[in-house]
Write a protein that binds this ligand. Structure first.
Ligand code: NAD
Length: 478
């Protein structure tokens, strides 16, 4: 049984819920089910730690504690790798990147940034009322932060919040997703058992009950919410948080477009499109789930993508050769299947896929054509291995379709000409873009969305600054 972390103590109760391995439906383990009272105790502990300890002001204490956490994660890396694959169904291959190793690097990056960041910015002097005034800005932590995360990359989502929030001097209540509680509670155990992080500075909760998340967003002692999850829940969080005027940071959904320009190598483009949509079974916010192709090359490209989808290795996530594992739950599989069926009933052509595969919650790589930009399948986030192909007439039309979305999280452009790809990329309203396979994902690269994909940026220096206030001060010097 994995326990909660509240006020420096690991808390166990008889009230637990099971984490299910999505690859076979078996129970991975039990997590303590936090109540609203646990959430309130965690908030009180975080408030007290922020207001009464040196955490907010002592940079060296923070560096030492985060360095300890980094070491502990490094030492328990293989244990967490196995747990992550079992609980999330993410292919083992991806744990060497965004599912585990990359987030541990994110923690390292923010630990080092504590020493490198300019915490004070000098503004020089001004003359006013016949005197000289010296001004400067001191960067201070926002305060008590509630971090609420999604299920798909739990280590990345937790550490991309925890690391900069703690580096900034905030105290945190972290609540993991209901489908993946164990990986998040594992972090709490490491903090309690292997670091000197003072009691209350980090509290870790797990619960399937939305009320536990709502307490965090509503409570007056929480200064900021950092949330990663769906756009509908993000809207609700903003609404609830508005009553106490909290700072709200949101990483939300996406429906990103890959634009294949008419000069592209279509084999390369097809390979990129197929492998991207299958990565972690399409359960990635930044995945390109719309494929925009020149109308005159539509049939040729569709043929190549369909063939490539047949080559993507998928199945057992513990097998390191697989790129795609299962969907997280039967509920998620029902959602994915329902949207595919509605698309077909609405006139889309199912080129390949569209079937459930048991045991576990697998879903075949799926390709749909005869899709118009306004269709549900082209507008709504599916979060499954489902790629919708939309033809375009010319470059302007491709840009128009790519931007025809409430989302703006990511995207990709494929061309033989980097300059042309960059020029088209500048016209896309989105927070990240991969041009000809360029990799933007790294601890120092800001990540986040335009439009209803979110507010703010995670990672990079700006990811630290999201958790900082600036206090402008002035003194008369002559
Ligand atoms: P979700 O929105 O259903 O849940 C996310 C979290 O919110 C969970 O911890 C859940 O318990 C909690 N929650 C639910 N209702 C709440 C409420 N009323 N108040 C407070 N908390 C509440 O998302 P999910 O299904 O876990 O994850 C998939 C979604 O996450 C997709 O939309 C995906 O695009 C998005 N996502 C975005 C990013 C990004 O960086 N932009 C990264 C990963 C996932």
């Amino acid at each position: 049984m994995k326990r909660l972390l509240i006020d420096g103590k690991l808390v166990g109760t008889d009230n637990t819920f099971d984490s299910i391995n999505p690859a076979n439906g078996e129970v991975v383990g039990a997590a303590v089910d936090a109540t609203v009272e646990h959430a309130e105790a965690a908030i009180a502990a975080a408030r007290k730690a922020f207001d009464t300890t040196d955490w907010a002001t002592d940079h060296e204490l923070r560096f030492r504690c985060l360095d300890q956490l980094h070491k502990a994660l490094d030492e328990h890396r293989e244990e967490l790798r196995d747990l992550t694959v079992a609980e999330v169904g993410v292919p083992r291959a991806l744990t060497y990147g965004p599912a585990l190793d990359a987030p541990i690097d994110v923690l390292r990056y923010y630990t080092d940034l504590i020493r490198d960041y300019a915490w004070t910015k000098d503004l020089g002097e001004v003359e006013a009322r016949g005197a000289k005034h010296h001004r400067w800005v001191e960067k201070e932590p926002v305060g008590v932060v509630a971090a609420i995360t999604a299920y798909n990359y739990p280590n990345q989502l937790a550490l991309a919040k925890l690391a900069p929030a703690l580096a900034a001097g905030c105290t945190v209540i972290l609540k993991g997703a209901p489908d993946t509680p164990l990986t998040t509670l594992f972090l709490g155990e490491l903090i309690a058992e292997h670091t000197d992080i003072p009691p209350g500075v980090v509290n870790v909760l797990a619960s399937p009950a939305p009320e536990v998340g709502e307490v965090l967003t509503a409570h007056r002692d929480v200064d900021m919410i950092t949330f990663t999850g769906s756009t509908p829940v993000g809207r609700r969080i903003m609404e609830v948080a508005s009553k106490t005027v909290k700072k709200v940071f949101l990483e939300l959904g996406g429906k990103s477009a890959m634009i294949v320009l008419d000069d592209a190598d279509f084999d390369t483009a097809a390979m990129m499109a197929a492998f991207t949509i299958c990565s972690h079974a399409g359960q990635g916010c930044a995945i390109t789930s719309r494929l925009l192709v020149p109308r005159e090359h539509h049939d040729e490209i569709v043929g190549k993508v369909a063939a490539m989808l047949g080559n993507v290795p998928w199945g057992d996530p513990t097998d390191p050769k697989n790129l795609m594992g299962p969907l997280i739950s039967e509920k998620q599989r029902d959602k994915v299947d329902a949207i595919v069926q509605r698309a077909v009933e609405g006139g889309a052509t199912l080129v390949t896929g569209g079937k459930r595969v048991d045991p576990g919650f697998f879903y075949e790589p799926t390709l749909l054509t005869d899709v118009a930009s306004g269709d549900e399948i082209a507008q709504d986030e599916v979060f499954g291995p489902v790629l919708a192909v939309i033809p375009y007439e010319d470059e302007d039309d491709a840009v128009r379709i790519a931007n025809d979305s409430i989302f703006g999280l990511s995207g990709a452009i494929v061309s033989r000409d980097n300059d042309r790809a960059i020029a088209v990329g500048r016209r896309i309203r989105t927070g990240t873009l991969s041009l000809n396979g360029g990799n933007y994902f790294a601890p120092d690269s800001p990540f986040g969305g335009y439009k209803q994909s979110g507010i703010g940026r995670e990672m990079g220096v700006v990811g630290l600054e999201e958790f900082l206030e600036g206090k402008t001060m002035a003194v008369v010097v002559g």
